[in-house]
Ligand binder design. Sequence first.
Ligand code: AMP
Ligand code: ZN
Length: 144
Amino acid sequence: MTQKEECIFCKILDGEIPSAKVYEDEEVYAFLDISQVTKGHTLIIPKHHTKDIYHTDAALAEKVFARVPKVANAIKATYSPVGLNVLNNNEEPAGQSVFHLHIHLLPRYGKHDGFNLKWEVQADDYTPEDLQQIASAISQNISN
Ligand code: AMP
Ligand code: ZN
């Protein structure tokens, strides 16, 4: 079987697995994440199977990310969260468990609402020269 045939989100798109639909158009499908880390936790996926952000071309990324404000505003209008995190995990060590590109929309209701992102500032470890060197190294690998 190909990766697409084994893909749980492709099965959701085909209607083989049930889902709670939030939004759909020709290119994109949005549905509730079964884990509901916070109330209204929603996933936005492209209808075209692509594994992760590395395998996503600009045209498909445009389509998926273009729908984020629409769905985010609908969640905001419905549950009046105090904030909202937009998250995309790529590869297993970064927390990806379903290998069909998806964007998490996580409405926030306070510090202890179920979602926790540890963000350690390491700014003291880098001089301005270090930052220039890192930026230059990455920049050399930007392709058109
Ligand atoms: P990630 O860990 O970033 O790959 O996110 C995958 C998400 O898919 C997890 O948060 C799961 O809870 C969610 N998930 C897995 N299976 C289903 C399903 N059948 N319906 C809705 N959400 C699902
Ligand atoms: Zn898929």
